[in-house]
Design a protein around this ligand. Structure first.
Ligand SMILES: C[S@@+](CC[C@H](N)C(=O)[O-])C[C@H]1O[C@@H](n2cnc3c(N)ncnc32)[C@H](O)[C@@H]1O
Length: 338
């Protein structure tokens, strides 16, 4: 038996729980934050659970934290004292590599300390133990969830927790003159899927306007063909490596083997999108990468996703399907042309 905290994008916890229920017989859930964060009691050991999540990662599970200990909250300095004691008991862990402290708080939790205060105190303990602390790319994370009555505390690596951000909430700095928020989705996909765009040459962006994704690919040094009946942002005109096509994507054709990257963010009927992408596969080189968002319609999202994936699998191998933090009512697919 093991206990965990699972997190999904707001409003998607029920889908994450459904995916987990289908994989784990006898799993029990308790809500911590409506639609978003839940506690799990799992009839599997910690190792079995980690294995299962790693080999069959649920699309809607953004973050998972083990509950190694549950500490009662006193609402005063005793809480920091108890966390510090717990850390002192983990001296061996602290010596193993760099540690990050992540704190998440339920609204109204009696735990009175902010993430910064908690981190400052625990960082000092880690250093006193001869360990090293970090914010970025830690070897391990000491995660704390301050709930209504208890602090749920657990250790894990970023890969075990599915993210190196607290609760998987990836934050990017907004840039001046940023064309669209959509750019964050592609930035997050780049990291989450470890698809480094500068290693590609020639991209096709279907549904490109206003141009956030196109802009990122241009910044990464690619040549980009951007198709959209809507206007692209005027600042993109400065890039000579951009070819604009102000058209519906179903009305354009390209020579075979032209693009080694296809990105598509059309916010359109998922089955129509899949049909349109499949029409373009001849224009892709063998082994070309595709990053595609699937808009979730109100009816049966898991079924829609399965249907779209099996359609795309006639030409592509699915590498990963994930609801990224910056995805709203959609998920992102990472595929490679067969
Ligand atoms: C969510 S926006 C794309 C945002 C873009 N990724 C960005 O970073 O700015 C969706 C776009 O898809 C375009 N679109 C929808 N259907 C299309 C089609 N059949 N062919 C080309 N573009 C299409 C829409 O005009 C719209 O501009």
């Amino acid at each position: 038996m093991s206990h965990w905290i699972g997190t999904a994008n707001h409003g998607f916890a029920s889908l994450a729980m459904e995916e987990l229920r289908r994989q784990i017989n006898g799993i029990k859930f308790t809500q911590l934050i409506a639609g978003e964060v839940f506690k799990m009691e799992v009839p599997l050991s910690r190792e079995e659970m980690l294995d299962l999540i790693q080999t069959n990662e649920p699309i809607f599970l953004r973050h998972i934290q083990p509950i190694d200990r549950a500490l009662p909250i006193h609402g005063n300095a005793d809480d920091l004292q108890a966390l510090s004691e717990l850390m002192r008991g983990a001296r061996m862990r602290c010596e193993e590599g760099t540690t990050a402290i992540h704190l998440r708080r339920l609204d109204g939790t009696p735990f009175i300390y902010s993430a910064a205060d908690t981190k400052a105190v625990l960082d000092a303990v880690i250093m006193e133990l001869g360990g090293e602390t970090t914010m970025q790319s830690p070897d391990q994370i000491f995660s704390i969830f301050a709930a209504a009555e208890e602090l749920y505390v657990g250790w894990g690596t970023p890969s075990e927790q599915l993210s190196d951000w607290p609760g998987g909430a990836v934050r990017f700095q907004r840039e001046e003159g940023q064309i669209s928020r959509a750019k964050f989705k592609l930035l997050e996909a780049e990291r989450a899927f470890k698809v480094y765009f500068e290693t590609f040459r020639e991209a096709l962006d279907i549904g490109a306007a206003p141009g956030g994704w196109t802009h990122l690919l241009l910044e990464r040094g690619l040549r980009v063909t951007a198709i959209d009946p809507a206007e692209l942002h005027p600042t993109l005109a400065a890039y000579p490596r951009l070819t604009k096509m102000k058209k519906n994507a179903s009305d354009v054709n390209f020579p075979a083997n032209t693009f080694d990257l296809l990105v598509c963010d059309m916010s359109w009927s998922p089955m129509q999108m899949a049909k349109l992408v499949l029409e373009k596969t001849d224009a892709l080189t063998d082994g070309a990468t595709a990053i595609i968002t699937i808009k979730l319609m109100h009816k049966k999202p898991l079924q829609t996703i399965r249907d779209v994936i099996s359609k795309l699998e006639t030409a592509f191998e699915l590498k990963k399907a994930k609801q990224l933090f910056h995805n709203r009512d959609e998920i992102t697919l990472y595929l490679v042309k067969r």
